[in-house]
Design a protein around this ligand. Sequence first.
Ligand code: ADP
Ligand code: MG
Ligand code: MG
Length: 255
Amino acid sequence: MSTLVISDLHVDVLTESGPKEILKGVNLTARPGEIHAIMGPNGSGKSTLAYAIAGHPNYKITSGSVTLDGVELTEMTVDERAREGLFLAMQYPVEVPGVSVANFLRTAKTALDGEAPKIRTWVKDVEKALGNMQLDKTFSARSVNEGFSGGEKKRHEIAQLELLNPKAAILDETDSGLDIDALRVVSDGVNRFTASGDRALLLITHYTRILRYIEPTFVHVFIDGRIVDEGGRELADKLEAEGYESYVKAAAAAV
Ligand code: ADP
Ligand code: MG
Ligand code: MG
């Protein structure tokens, strides 16, 4: 069972000219089996939310809490959070030249479990996860993210999700830059992840396209560092039709 609770989260981004408040009190509870779509315009702080929860050093949590199954994450290192079962797929994945996909995945799995996976089953598991993402076997010998196409990066992320099997995952714009076939493959992978019914998922996006393939339990509208509206899938359809403008105006008027 995996419940991610974000309570009154305030986050500063550390810039060269000093800290700047980006998140202004975010509340969200993701229960086992739930898919929470977080939708909002560019610059509203969606990636900041993902980075802050994952423990990125440029993002300072000034107040509030984030717990996974009751365990407070905010004081933990990135690695400790991962060991608690948190997974973050980044909007801009980093290249790791000289480290093969196979070694990267094995190191990540070893760090999570505290022991190396058994080679024979692991090789099979990796092949299966890559195959599910329609990535070629030879993919595992390539350097992580080096020269990957946009689609390959995203498929690789979902293969990681499948292999590492975290309790809770945050996918930041996993749909951006995907053609329709890749979107389907990635969405199928995400759906397999949540199908067990005991994993919690935050799906950050600013397009509704991916929600044709992934059925959100809840849709949250994210404007200027806060969740300003919540609903079901019909809210995503409304956003598709009307955009964020009325929300942006209301948020500006409230300041
Ligand atoms: P979103 O993912 O919703 O597009 P972000 O979280 O990336 O939004 O950004 C939210 C705001 O924080 C933006 O105004 C952005 O310019 C600012 N910001 C994020 N990271 C930094 C940074 N490292 N330095 C300065 N400003 C930043
Ligand atoms: Mg952005
Ligand atoms: Mg972003």
